[in-house]
Each structure stands twice: as C-alpha cells, then as structure tokens.
Design a protein around this ligand. Structure first.
Ligand code: BGC
Length: 556
C-alpha cells in the first residue's frame, strides 16, 4: 500500500492537501444481494470503477447499525455494520480492496446524536429524571403548569419542534429531550466526559480497522449555549447553517473546538496521515476557518463555494476568499459541488429559483431547468472546480452528470424532512437515487433483483456508466481525463492564490504553469487559444461556447 508508508511528510506532500475524495452513499451505490438497498459487498465489487476514475479516496456515508430513520445518520451502534449493509468482515474486505487499489477510506462519524434505539437512550428513557443515564442526553422539564410545553422555542432542522416529550416509567407524561434533527435522533450531552471518552474509543475502533480518517457529521453542533435560550432562525439558516452573524445557541459554540483538538490528538496517534474533515455549515468563511486551525481538523467542506450561483464575479470572489482565508490558518481550501444533502449541481446550477438547502425540488417546484442545459453547466462547473488548488470532493453520480430526480411519488419519499413538513419541503431524496451502471440491466445494473429503494428516473438509462465509458465527449470521460491531467500536471497542488487573467466580463481564466483554464460563464462564445487538453464542451472554430470550461496548453 503505497499510501500508508510511515515516512514523515512535508506539509505540501500531505495527500489530503490536494486530494480528490469521492463520496459513496452506500444505500445507492451498488446492491449485491438484491434487497434494493446498496451494501458493502456491492461497493467492493465496484471499487475498480473508482480507481479507474482516478480519485484518491472514498468517503462512505454511514453504514452503522441503525433503524434508518434518517438514512443511517441515526446510529444505534457506532461500532458495528447494519445487516442492511453487511458485516464487519465485509467492511474489512472493502477496506482491504480499496487499499489494494490505492484508494484511501474515510468513514463518516456522527457525534452530535444517536438513534433513539441506542442502548444509552433506551436506558435514559427507563431511568428517572436527574439520573446519570439521562445526563448523557439533553433532558429538561417542560414549561407550563404541568410541563406540557417544550423547554424552549427551538425548531428542528427537519421542521417541527426540536423537543419531544417522553412518558416516564410510571406512565405519566414526563421530561422533554432535545433533537436538532428528527425525533429519532436525540442529541448527546457533550459536556459529559463519559460521552467524550466513548467517542475516543469509537474513533480508535475504526482507525484500528484501517480507516484513513473521518468526515465528521454536524461538526458545528454538539455544544449548546448555557441555559438553552429561546431563538428563532430564518428558513435559510434553519436548514443547516449557523454562524458568527446569527449566534444561534445550538450551532458553532466555542466549546466545540475543545472536542476537535482532542480528536486531532487521537488521529495523530496513528501513522499514515489520517484526517478529519468537518461538516460545519457556518458562515462567513473566516469563521469556518476556525475548524481547520493547525491543531483541529484537516479539511472543512467549503459550503460557501457549493452555495455560490453560476456567476463569474461571485465565483471569483469565493475562490479568492477561500484560498486566502483557509490559507491564513495553514489549511488548503476544499471545493465541493454536490453531496447527499444538496440538490445535484446538474440541476441546482440551472434552477430558476433559489431553494434553501435541504428543501429539495419536486414536480411542483418553480424554475426547473432543461436537463441538457443543467448537465452542460454542471460539466463546466466541475471542470473549473477540478482546476483549483486544494482538495476536491465528488459526490457519486456527478461523474455521470446525473440530474436531481424530480418525479418521486410522495409515498416513495423517505427523507424525514418530507414527512415532518407534511410535504411542504421535498427534502433530499432526489439526490440519493440509486446509481445507473448498465443501461440495459434491471435497475440499470444497481441491483441484481431490479429493485431500488427510490425509483430511478428514465434518463438515468441514457446516462448509465456503460453508455459513457469510452464514449468520446461523455461526462464520465471528461472526469477521467480531468482527474488524470490534474494529477499529471499538478493542478490542485499548492495553496497559493489563483493567477487570474484579464478577461471579458463573465469569463474566468487562470493559469497553472502552461495550463490555462477558461470558464465561460457569460452568455456568449469567447475565443480561446492553445492545445485543448480537456473541455466540457467542444470548441467551435476556436470559440468556447457559453456555459463551458476548457483546459488548454499554451506554450510559455
Ligand atoms: C448529514 C445529513 C443528516 C444530518 C443529521 C447532516 O449533516 O449530512 O444527511 O441528516 O447530518 O445527522
């Protein structure tokens, strides 16, 4: 395993500073047993496709024991695999195959909350108010004469109150417990040393099994402000965000950094550049940079970049600001366009209407784009992203140009957001639909039984991997070429500012050595000179059309 050598690295050699990490959403990647839900054996069997794509690492969304009320982000045993996905032995086999192919493996860890089926929470329910069992979570007495009102006015990210009332052992209505997300996801009490120690052990459990790091779920959660004061967030902020400006009492509290410093010292006990990557939806970037100070995490998802519209000035600003701001604390910037919580960028970047994170789109949403136009813009955006210095994240299916699945019938939708808001928000199912591997196979090759836990749109057939592999001009071939060139030409390496060329309005152009990257975000074609290395859309008579990006070599 070339990548696990223990030789010390200089900071600019650390793999994660310029890595491309591919997010696998296990439910929807590949199903080996015909259950209609993807699994670890399915992943192992398809890993060569990712090595062929040219990524450095995979990050797997949760596969732990879970009642699956929030697609596995409701964990009832942090140290085992859910039978839906396989066994620990399947996990070990997957890691070993990945390492054999030169792919690192990042696990997803969910420290803010557990499932309500976790033995600790079950013990808390059975125990009395004020007991050590209840102290592991956030239980409070209700307000009102008989405690019939929630302890404060906080609203869950998924809609509805952030509190649920329990029935005490004697059958009487009792205390309330806090859950930032679904009722089935009670928040841990991170003030308690016992909770911290438990997670240290969980980190070591997976590190000992060979994982190369963790994506840390809700890394801006965990600690709540003293006294749990009332607070109302706007719709946009309530989805996931928090930050310096809003001072929400349940996001981004100072005390959380103590936890990350402790976690850093745990991963640093291990050889081989193991990493922590924060999912911290906080703004502005200066504030987000606190998560990647030298003794905290290695990377943080750049949601500022992800949420930037397809607009040249806005893109240039966020790129410059990200590199400068993360650079100021010695961290690389990261770049990401899609994940399992966002509308896929092949739809989002061409949407006529702003949609808050987590709300999703469905058949009745205004401003839905034409599929081909959306894919075209997504390809241009991806090619720009892969040229930038720092780490990049890909979400499964974007290498095929998959658009968001729009026409999912209400009774097939599974995201708790859809149910908790009674259909007012579509939620995140549209970006989580099982992948198409083979156009002619049942379930497009996702499952041998032809089953899928969410219905696949018809267009996924045309976009199936086997249709695109080796097909000139396909999105898959564009990603393969870009990832190969990125590695060969050293794009992505270094943390210095981007060198921008002077360009017409709406056009972004920067250079890395003799490679010029031109992204045409304007509405009109623009002249480009040089030898084309990879393009999101063919040049026509030396002109790069609108909504297209090209990498060209221009002799210096
Ligand atoms: C994950 C979501 C999940 C939530 C609760 C997020 O940030 O990415 O998919 O629903 O955390 O765990």
């Amino acid at each position: 395993m070339a990548h696990t050598d223990a030789a010390p690295r200089t900071p600019d050699q650390e793999w994660w500073r310029s890595s491309v990490i591919y997010q696998i959403y296990p439910r929807s990647f590949a199903d080996s047993d015909g259950s209609g839900v993807g699994d670890l054996r399915g992943i192992t069997a398809r890993l060569d496709a990712l090595a062929d794509l040219g990524v450095d690492a995979i990050w797997l969304s949760p596969f732990y024991t879970s009642p699956q009320r929030d697609a596995g982000y409701d964990v009832s045993d942090f140290r085992d695999v859910d039978p839906l996905f396989g066994t620990l032995a399947d996990f070990d086999a997957m890691v070993s195959r990945a390492h054999g192919l030169g792919l690192r493996v990042i696990a997803d860890i969910v420290p803010n909350h557990s499932s309500d089926q976790h033995p600790w929470f079950q013990a808390a329910l059975a125990a009395a108010p004020g007991s050590p069992e209840r102290a592991r979570y956030i239980f409070r007495d209700g307000k009102g004469e008989t405690g019939e009102l929630p302890p404060n006015n906080w609203e869950s990210v998924f809609g509805g109150p952030m509190w649920t009332r329990v029935t005490e052992a004697d059958g009487t209505p009792g205390q309330w417990y806090l859950h930032i997300f679904d009722t089935s996801q009670p928040d841990f009490n991170w003030e308690l040393e016992e909770v911290r120690a438990e997670f240290d052990d969980t980190l070591r459990f997976w590190l000992d099994r060979g994982v190369d790091g963790f994506r840390v779920d809700v890394a801006h959660g965990l600690i709540k402000a003293d006294g749990l004061p009332d607070f109302v967030q706007s719709d946009e902020e309530a989805s996931m965000g928090g930050g310096a400006a809003t001072k929400s009492p349940y996001w981004a509290q100072d005390g959380v950094h103590e936890v990350w410093r402790r976690w850093r010292s745990v991963v640093d006990e291990y050889e081989g550049d193991r990493i922590l990557a924060a999912e911290a939806w906080v703004y502005p970037l200066e504030f987000m940079a606190n998560w990647v100070r030298p003794d905290e995490m290695h990377q943080t998802f750049n949601f500022g970049y992800m949420e930037t519209p397809w607009d040249a000035a806005a893109l240039r600003k966020v790129i410059d600001d990200s590199i400068a701001t993360f650079g100021a604390v010695g961290a690389p910037s990261t770049w990401v366009l899609s994940n399992h919580d966002m509308i896929r960028h092949a739809t989002r970047l061409a949407l006529g209407e702003d949609t808050p994170q987590g709300h999703g789109v469905g058949p009745d949403s205004p401003g839905l784009p034409d599929i081909d136009e959306g894919i075209r813009r997504a390809r241009a955006a991806s090619l720009l992203m892969l040229s930038l210095p720092g780490g990049a994240y890909l979400y499964q299916g974007e290498e095929l140009g998959l658009p968001e699945a729009i026409d999912i019938p209400g009774d097939a939708r599974q995201d708790p957001t859809w149910h908790r808001t009674e259909g007012e928000r579509y939620g995140r199912d549209g970006c989580r639909v099982p992948l198409p591997w083979e156009a002619e196979a049942p379930a497009f090759g996702f499952s041998p039984a032809g089953e899928t836990w969410l219905p696949q749109p018809e267009v996924y057939g045309v976009l199936a991997r086997d249709r695109q592999l080796g097909a000139e001009g396909s999105t898959l071939e564009m990603y393969r070429a870009a990832l190969r060139l990125r590695r060969e030409l050293g794009l992505g390496v270094g943390a210095g500012a981007v060198t921008w060329d002077v360009t017409p309005e709406g056009v972004l152009a920067h250079r890395v050595g003799d490679v010029h990257v031109v992204a045409n975000v304007s509405g009109a074609p623009v002249a480009v000179e040089g030898e084309v290395l990879v393009a999101s859309h063919a040049l026509e008579d030396g002109m790069l059309p609108a909504d297209a990006t090209v990498w060209v070599r221009v002799p210096e």
